[in-house]
Design a protein around this ligand. Sequence first.
Ligand SMILES: CC(=O)SCCNC(=O)CCNC(=O)[C@H](O)C(C)(C)COP(=O)(O)OP(=O)(O)OC[C@H]1O[C@@H](n2cnc3c(N)ncnc32)[C@H](O)[C@@H]1OP(=O)(O)O
Ligand SMILES: CC(C)C(=O)C(=O)O
Ligand SMILES: [Mg+2]
Length: 524
Amino acid sequence: MTIIHPNFGTMDASRVIIFDTTLRDGEQSPGFSMNLDEKLRMAETLAELGVDVLEAGFPVASPGDFEAVNRIAQSIKGPVICGLARSGVADITRAGEAIRPAERKRIHTFISTSPLHMKYKLRMEPDAVLEAVIASVTLARNFTDDVEWSAEDGTRTDMEFLLRCVEAAIKAGATTINIPDTVGYAVPEDMTRIFTTVREKVPGADQIILSSHCHNDLGLAVANTLAGVRAGARQIECTINGIGERAGNASLEEVVMAIRTRPDANPYHHNIETTRILRTSKLLATITGFDVQPNKAIVGRNAFAHESGIHQDGMLKNAATYEIMTPESVGWQKTSLVMGKHSGRAAFRDKLSLLGYGDIGDNALNDAFRRFKDLADRKKIVYDEDIVALVDDEVTRGHQRVKFVSLETWGGSKAKPRALLELEIDGVIQSADCLGDGPVDATFNAIHALFPHTANLLLFSVGAVTEGTDAQARCTVRLEEDGKMVDGQGADTDTIVAAARAYVHALNKLITKRTRSEPAALSA
Ligand SMILES: CC(=O)SCCNC(=O)CCNC(=O)[C@H](O)C(C)(C)COP(=O)(O)OP(=O)(O)OC[C@H]1O[C@@H](n2cnc3c(N)ncnc32)[C@H](O)[C@@H]1OP(=O)(O)O
Ligand SMILES: CC(C)C(=O)C(=O)O
Ligand SMILES: [Mg+2]
């Protein structure tokens, strides 16, 4: 039988309504309260995302919640605007008033139906609950033709009683019936059984929309939601970033992308403009102050990032090897190949080419890669600037007479600063052990001892390549000899090593200059 819905008209059998409850159930997460302006901004963004129903709040909860629902009803065009209400007259009347300005509006009323909730929370007999179901839906219909009724704790409800309540709600005029997994207790098989039974046994169930509202206490909210849809639900209740009571609700981005990515398993369609997902997720994180975890599906910063060499190599050959959807389809600009200690040569070469070093020779690439691995072992994040510093260092050192090999230094407030330096000069490794006024001075003395020269040190400066205490230091050394001036640069996480590299770099430049003007003067 075809469903004709008061707000959505004739429903195509494979169409799934996306009911967003970020501003209601999502806001119930401790610390996630939003003020009026924030709710309005969020509602606007959700409307642009293409949600079908926007549950804007619980109007009886507070004057602020009433105002937020009311202002959203006045100004947000597109989605059906919905307000939540318990079964009492005051709640429903308040919700009805709040949503009144909306072009398309819904009241969502609920009451618990599980034995546990009825006995201990409501302290009501099942028959009284049944009466409340009928009275609440009937009253809500005075405010709008679009009424949703929810059986709170539905998945722990006795099936016979659930069927009686659902039938009563439909008869009273409910156009959507929601069977929530309020405490995230269900497994997918429960959802299949419950929705199949309701569809098969309740008269009129084929003329209303069944809805799935799942919580994530066992990490099953998305799987349970999709199981509900496969068993006949055509409305999904979900939140951006999966926020909501306790462990949260089914995440909108996950259910939507599961439908889009696996049409073979989920042959349904929805109206979500998926390329707007990331910006919606980021806006919510900014407003609430809670970022999603890096490994969060779809919107986490690692969802489309690859650090390990084997994966990066696969991604460069064909992105489908390690990505089941494109980053662009959910709003990311592109896949990111993160350079770290697990990266391989293929990704390193690709990164160099992106950074403008496409023509670096194999030897320089191998040397730079070795130093990159060494750096990545010491540094949590290797930024592009680190790689530039490192490669510049390597390229300029290609054919130099003097090469830095190793350095150990001792300093502090008690010991006399000392440096033990090894340099490779004309292919021979030599070492010197020198003292100085500080570890940098001791290091420069050691360079002088190993490669005597008459150049004057004009400038020594230190800066950080990136932020953080594990950042690479970038040092500059300026030497002058016979009116010729050269600058050398060196980068390393150890400032003294960076200084030594900079000095050696400058020295090599000076030797090159000397050689050009006096071809015979090749020795120190
Ligand atoms: C599963 C869910 O997400 S349900 C939605 C949960 N969200 C919220 O609770 C957020 C907003 N809530 C609030 O601001 C407040 O709880 C209010 C304004 C709704 C009610 O506040 P109070 O009147 O102080 O009641 P309080 O919160 O202490 O207790 C809830 C009362 O509602 C009753 N109740 C709970 N659900 C329902 C229902 N669906 N229909 C009728 N009564 C209900 C409880 O039995 C309890 O009644 P009692 O006071 O007679 O024992
Ligand atoms: C109000 C209802 C639908 C709810 O949030 C739940 O049962 O989890
Ligand atoms: Mg809920």
